[in-house]
Design a binder for this molecule. Sequence first.
Ligand SMILES: [Zn+2]
Length: 189
Amino acid sequence: MNKKIKINGKEFEYALRKRKGVRRMRLAIYADGAFVVSAPKWYPVYVINKFLEEKADWIFEKLKHVDFSELKKRKEADNAKYKTAKKSAKKIIEKRVEFLAKRFGFVYGRIAVRNQRTCWGSCSRKGNLNFNYKAADLPQELQDYIIIHELCHLKELNHSPRFWKLVGEIIPDYKNLRKILREFKTINL
Ligand SMILES: [Zn+2]
């Protein structure tokens, strides 16, 4: 949900994320000017507004130099790219998930491909898998790591030592791949 806030006469747009798992309010401003507020699901609007008012100076300092028209242009270009690449990315990822799941004995729900800014993949409680469409363009071993990671969440829906043991049994070199992937992430996501 996108909202607006006015500080010092200037309007800023932010994404409000109300989530069950979030316990307290969090505010994040990224280098590109993306402004995200996370709040517990049950928080009323006035509590959120009060929090933002308290942080107004800090928000203004962070955002006053951001060129929002440039940001908008980049967002539109990114969406256009996603629209054209989505279908083929889904095909590539689906095929690979099917192959790896069969090979290592995982049963999953449905697969969705999305344009996410913050992650490569996720796994829901129902066993549905989400992947960032950009994963389809990664080198095969990185793509495989992302898929195996999410498949292992079908058995361990957390990042416990048991989860990592499971990943390590399939990809002994996973630590190294994680590191490489983190570098890819800062450039490409
Ligand atoms: Zn994970």
